[in-house]
Design a protein around this ligand. Structure first.
Ligand SMILES: C[S@@+](CC[C@H](N)C(=O)[O-])C[C@H]1O[C@@H](n2cnc3c(N)ncnc32)[C@H](O)[C@@H]1O
Length: 84
């Protein structure tokens, strides 16, 4: 599971996915810093502090399994060229 622009969304904890699921929440560094203060991590859960417009962090996402990607409320923050 890859949630881009996660904000303070707590879906990862509310859904409590099975242990085989790996969950990645991505947002800008100041948002991720706040998440790390308020939410505890577990084995299958990781946060990534980065802009979705940078590509380097994608290397951290496993490529050996299907991935569901969420991006709720993100597009309004991006320029057209950053979306295409
Ligand atoms: C309206 S909030 C949506 C949060 C969450 N997805 C939700 O539905 O509750 C938009 C989020 O997009 C994040 N955001 C904006 N531009 C971003 C970017 N370039 N890369 C990563 N996150 C970004 C903001 O930091 C903010 O947390």
């Amino acid at each position: 599971m890859l949630q881009r622009a996660c904000g303070m969304d707590s879906r990862a904890f509310r859904l409590d996915p099975p242990s085989g699921v790996r969950w990645f929440d991505v947002d800008l560094p100041d948002v991720i810093a706040l998440r790390r203060k308020l939410y505890s991590a577990d084995d299958g859960y990781r946060t990534i502090a980065a802009s979705v417009t940078d590509s380097g962090w994608l290397d951290e996402i496993p490529a050996d399994r299907p991935t569901l990607i969420l991006a709720e409320g993100l597009l309004r923050y991006l320029r057209e060229a950053e979306v295409s």
